[in-house]
Ligand binder design. Structure first.
Ligand code: DHB
Ligand code: FE
Length: 283
């Protein structure tokens, strides 16, 4: 793990994830929220803001600075980035209370659907000179009783060894380090990829500016992103982290959970190997 790679710019890392969000039909639109609930949620949100203003005696210059910053956040297309780092974890923790099976965590802004389909034993698409130690990540998908879920899908995406995501960072080939793996008849799979690097929120956009102005750090620990799905079962969206990894205890997105931390073993051939099994509850 290293923190020495160059500072990610908003343009270089693709901080504008608005388009990808709008295209994701499942997450946008009809939440079925009735008037009463809208009134409750909007008035509670405003009351929380009013309470901050009263408690901390927010000044006119501070109010106008906040307004300018919110405008910049929208104009820079950083609302998905900002909300997924600073808010999504709370929504996920509410959702989690009604769930069984493998723990979920935030999806973040960098999921792209319809990636290349791969067999149960596969290597993720990567550049011929892809940087980073090789990681072989294997596992089995079962139901709550431990019965294998044949043909389950593991929809996988991750940052490269510099912390950038394909489809967003313009210098990366489309589909790099992304793929949908179909597990075998026993629900098993083995994916060869690389160890990702910690991810740094772009420092020159409005989200980065706010983090710097507040004196916080902009890091997420290295992680793999997955959605695991099987017919008749609830899809899980989760991430896996690496034990001992930098920022594991201080994720800016507060999306780590102890049960989602991997401890890969380094083999003599230089590859890191680890297994993790997924348990899905009925839909
Ligand atoms: C963000 C980036 C991630 O890679 C992630 O997993 C979660 C959030 C973000 O920049 O918003
Ligand atoms: Fe991520």
């Amino acid at each position: 793990m290293t923190t020495t790679h160059p500072l990610p710019t908003a343009a270089g890392s693709g901080a504008n994830a608005s388009e990808a969000f709008r295209a994701s039909a499942g997450r946008v639109g009809a939440a079925g929220t009735d008037t009463e609930r809208v009134s409750l949620l909007v008035s509670s949100t405003l009351e929380a803001v009013h309470a901050v203003i009263r408690e901390h005696e927010v000044t006119y210059p501070e109010f106008q600075a906040a307004k300018a910053w919110l405008m910049a956040l929208g104009e820079g297309g950083e609302w998905p980035l900002f909300l997924d780092v600073f808010v999504e974890h709370e929504v996920e923790q509410v959702a989690e209370k009604a769930q069984r099976g493998t723990a979920g965590t935030i999806q973040g802004p960098y999921y792209l659907p319809d990636q290349v389909r791969l067999p149960a034993v596969a290597t993720l698409p990567m550049r011929t000179d892809e940087k980073g130690d090789r990681l072989v990540f294997s596992g089995q998908v079962t139901d709550l009783d431990g019965a294998p879920l044949a043909g389950a899908e593991v929809d996988f995406w991750q940052a490269d060894a510099d912390g950038y995501y394909s489809g967003f960072a313009p210098h990366l080939p489309d589909g790099n380090l992304r793929g949908v793996i179909t597990a075998d008849d026993e629900g098993r799979f083995a994916i060869t990829t690389i160890l990702p690097a910690p991810y740094q929120i772009p420092t020159d956009g409005p989200t980065g500016a706010m983090i710097a102005a507040a004196g916080w750090h902009p890091w997420r620990p290295a992680h793999l992103h997955l959605m695991v799905r099987a017919d008749g079962h609830r899809q899980i969206t989760t991430q896996l982290y690496f034990s001992g990894g930098e920022w594991l205890e201080s994720d800016v997105a507060r999306a780590t959970k102890d049960e989602l931390v991997l401890s890969p073993e380094k083999r003599d051939d230089g590859t890191h190997r680890v297994a993790y099994d997924f348990v899905l509850e009925p839909a």
